[in-house]
Design a protein around this ligand. Structure first.
Ligand code: 6PG
Length: 478
């Protein structure tokens, strides 16, 4: 008997994915660079389904039915390249090689091109949902050729999460499109986490709620329009008590956020594409600031001054509702910006990405899964060429309803010295987006003044320059 699918790289994500395949009835070939991990998987979970374990790469490849389908689950970067090289030498035209790690989409484009020359289908696939998702049903974002998806897709769809019977997996687009969309998913994840953290901070500092009380607030929010995995787990994190000190765990965890790079990639990519992605960028910057230990200690030491009076919230219930609305509105901005980057990336790299389908496969399995993704799907289904998610009637209504609260929260934070980079920058983006006139005309004037960079006029066609150091008359530039 030959295997339907193979997984190489059996760290937690890889072995959970292999178990998921096996438990769904696929004969699953497994392999790891050091065979102890392979043996451990079979010993502990061999009963999950049918596995074929191999110690060498050659045996592993030989254990697969043709066309072979192999999922690589190793560290992004050089380790992934090494495994691809080793496998490619043993594969035949028509075989399908899937990279399920968090690879940079430009690496995926390069790898796909090299594989294509050998007739091998290379599929860069985003897989979201952490360890549990990999085991029980992740959200899967495969790129690569449509032809590869024909035989690979049904297998991936079967092991993916399902919402209302619909799999959280679809063909995203060619070459690096899958990893591109996964990158944006992670950027949104960063923004979402930052916004939830800001909401926590406001409830703690301004309203004086305890972590457990805030957990109750989040649990309550999780029954409404903010229902999402991240809000749900935040409540659990906040309820946790440290066994050693008896303090809330959140008070003993060092307040320096780590990162593996996908949020930064999103921002770099957005910058290259010229798309404002302020919500996600602020989330990355906020992690950076949190980890700037020496500077933060220095600020404590010299006592950088803050406002004279703290924010003392009188009506806590009203405030909680304001923060909820500010969170929702800011979150929508982050999603809108994320989808803008997807649209710009699709244009730049020639991908045909269905935004509504992306929201659909994010409804389950992944870290940003949330009830309101249904609304995003509906919005794009209604109008695939929506200029901004915020223009969909459903979301415009949210903005109408949320904006007063959002403004009050941002203003209050500024006055009382609570840093809310996510809330504040999202609001600034929103106001910039809806402004009829922006002060960019001043910038154009400045650019023309010091560098003769020229400007356009509102009232006629053409490109103009003012003779700033001469008689200040205007000339038409060629
Ligand atoms: C997912 C996650 C996952 C990622 C972590 C870590 O979709 O399952 O995005 O892929 O590894 O979230 O990200 P940071 O370490 O950069 O926070």
């Amino acid at each position: 008997k030959l295997a339907d699918i193979g997984v190489t790289g059996l760290a937690v994500m890889g072995s959970n994915l292999a178990r998921n395949f096996a438990s769904k009835g696929f004969v699953t070939a497994v392999h790891n660079r050091t065979s102890a991990k392979t043996r451990a998987l079979i010993e502990q979970h061999g009963g999950d389904g049918e596995f074929i374990a191999s110690e060498t790469t050659a045996d592993f490849v030989a254990s697969l039915a043709v066309p072979r389908k192999i999922i690589i689950m190793v560290k992004a970067g050089a380790p992934t390249d090494a495994v691809i090289d080793e496998l490619s030498a043993l594969l035949e035209p028509g075989d399908i090689l899937v990279d399920g790690g968090n690879s940079q989409f430009l690496d995926t484009r390069r790898r796909e091109e090299t594989a294509r020359e050998k007739g091998i289908h290379f599929v860069g696939s985003g897989i979201s949902g952490g360890e549990e998702g990999a085991l029980l049903g992740p959200s899967i974002m495969p790129g690569g050729s449509a032809q590869a998806y024909e035989s690979l897709g049904p297998i991936l769809e079967k092991i993916s999460a399902h919402v209302d019977g619909v799999p959280c997996c679809t063909h995203v687009g060619t070459d690096g499109a899958g990893h591109f969309v996964k990158m944006i998913h992670n950027g949104i994840e960063y923004a979402d986490m930052q916004l939830i953290a800001e909401a926590y901070q406001l409830l703690r500092t301004a309203a004086g709620l305890t972590p457990v009380e805030i957990a109750d607030v989040f649990a309550e929010w999780n029954t409404g329009e903010l229902e999402s995995f991240l809000v749900e787990i935040t409540a659990q994190v906040l309820r946790q008590v440290d066994a050693e000190t008896g303090s809330p765990l959140v008070d003993v965890i060092l307040d320096a956020a780590g990162q593996k790079g996908t949020g930064t990639w999103t921002v770099q990519t957005a910058l290259n594409l010229g798309v404002p992605v302020s919500g996600i960028a602020e989330a990355v910057f906020a992690r950076g600031l949190s980890s700037a230990a020496h500077q933060r200690a220095g600020a404590q030491k010299i006592g950088l001054p803050g406002p004279s009076s703290p924010w003392v919230v009188e009506d806590k219930d009203a405030f909680i509702e304001q923060v909820r609305l500010a969170l929702y509105a800011s979150k929508l901005v982050a999603y809108a910006q994320g989808f803008d980057v997807i649209a710009a990336g699709a244009k730049e790299y020639g991908w045909d990405i269905d935004n509504g389908a992306m929201a659909r496969i994010w409804r389950g399995g992944c870290i940003i899964r949330a009830v309101f993704l249904n609304r995003i799907t509906e919005a794009f289904d209604e109008d695939a060429s929506l200029l901004s998610l915020l223009f969909a009637p459903y979301f415009t209504e949210v903005m109408t309803r949320a904006q007063d609260a959002w403004r009050a929260v941002v203003a209050g934070s500024a006055l009382s010295g609570i840093a809310t980079p996510g809330f504040s920058s999202s609001l600034a983006y929103y106001d910039g987006l809806r402004a009829e006139r922006l002060p960019a005309s001043v910038i154009q004037g400045q650019r023309d003044f010091f560098g003769a960079h020229t400007y356009k006029r509102v009232d006629k066609e053409g490109t103009f320059h003012t003779l700033w150091s001469g008689d200040k008359s205007e000339v038409e530039a060629s």
